[in-house]
Design a protein. Sequence first.
Length: 160
Amino acid sequence: MTKFLIFYNIINKGDEKLRQRLANFMKDRYGIDHLYMFLFTLYFILIIINIFINSFILTVIELIIVAIMFYRMFSKNKYKRSREEKAYLKIKDNIKSIFKKNKYKDKEHIYKRCSKCKTNIRLPLPSSIGFKYVTCPKCKNKFKTLVLRKQKVELIRKKG
Ligand SMILES: [Zn+2]
């Protein structure tokens, strides 16, 4: 606790030099992103699980996760790190959309995602299949999308 207080005092009141040094140290470094937060959560969950099962392998995995977290945070290769972040977000999006698809499924409509703001848009089934232009109601972005389902046309014949 006292150690923490000393550290706190240094950062907040005291040594401007140290603060400057810390700022300089972090200046060209990547820092924290969504992938970092995911790893942090994963690490936290594993620690709690490990309290109960006390596994050596899990401890090693925890250490690897922490190593990756620190490596990425202090990395100067921002381009590579942001590519990792993008890949992570894409995987996360895909997993999310699997669950969403089932939720939204219905036979009367098709569901498309706005290419700009990623909103799910519900459209009535068109009379023909092929490329359609869709205007997003949220951001007014106009985009082309491939529709592979169409309205069933039923012929109703009058008797007589
Ligand atoms: Zn949109």
